[in-house]
Design a protein around this ligand. Structure first.
Ligand code: APR
Length: 235
């Protein structure tokens, strides 16, 4: 059984990483146009760097919760038949043990050089005018996809969506495309679709089945169901 899981900020909420659009979420305290667009970075790079430096410091102490751990457990059974596509820029899926993870909106722990295109582990706070170790330019930016930019690895994601038997969205509000449209792509190719979220999302109506609750409860229960349905196998 081939499964594609799409995760959003809701899966990391129980690990203490704030979501974007809930009460008290990041977009309540910051305007998207000030910190998460290429225009904002061109206008006021220091503010943008400080915003992501703060995100990186906060995420550094976060640990995976039972939802991340359950997906890693599922990968151990399914191998290449499971792909986790995450909109999250934290590394909690990797910390939990998942290895087949696409970070379609980038990652906090890598930096991107605007001068030469090199990617590298973040050397420290980027607000400190860090220098690219490859070309020497002071042109490092967060390796995150901002509004108006093209998400990473869309071709790989499309192939996986077209080939999957099940598509499951976890902890995402369905407010941002193209991720919010993945359910339609997967369903169009015949996949059964399931949404696991705290409350109704903007795209709940597009799913075959919707379950409401905490990711830390819903995801382990769903993984148990899948493992029981497919039976034991070589890990
Ligand atoms: N368990 C399950 N779902 C939860 C939990 C939880 N513990 N806590 C919150 N949620 C749900 C919320 O109800 C909401 O529907 O998770 C969803 C989080 O939605 P957003 O904050 O909009 O996050 P996300 O969907 O990941 O945002 C998409 O928007 O700002 C951009 O690039 C950013 O990747 C992000 C994208």
């Amino acid at each position: 059984m081939r499964i594609v899981v799409l995760t959003g900020a809701g899966i990391s909420a129980e690990s203490g990483v704030p979501t974007f659009r809930d009460d008290g979420g990041l977009w309540e305290g910051h305007r998207v146009e000030d910190v998460a667009t290429p225009e904002a970075f061109a206008r006021d790079p220091l503010t943008v760097q400080r915003f992501y430096d703060a995100r990186r410091r906060a995420a550094a102490s976060a640990r995976p919760n039972p939802a991340h751990l359950a997906l890693a457990r599922l990968e151990r059974r399914l191998g290449d038949d499971l792909l986790v596509v995450t909109q999250n820029i934290d590394d909690l899926h990797e910390q939990a043990g998942s290895t087949r993870v696409v970070h379609m909106h980038g990652r906090l722990d890598t930096a991107l050089c605007e001068a030469c295109g090199a990617r590298m582990p973040v050397p420290g706070d980027l607000a400190d005018d860090a220098t690219c170790p490859v070309c020497g330019a002071r042109a490092l930016r967060p390796d995150v996809v901002w509004f108006g930019e093209r998400p990473y690895e869309l071709d790989r994601i499309d192939l996986a969506l077209a080939a999957c038997d099940r598509f499951v969205a976890i902890g995402t509000s369905g407010a941002v495309y193209p991720a919010a449209g993945f359910v339609l792509t997967a369903a169009g190719f015949g996949a059964a679709t399931l949404e696991l979220n705290l409350v109704e999302s903007e795209v709940s109506l597009l799913f075959d089945e919707v379950r409401h609750g905490l990711a830390g409860m819903l995801v382990p229960a769903w993984v148990d169901e899948v493992l029981q349905a497919i039976g034991p196998g070589t890990p």
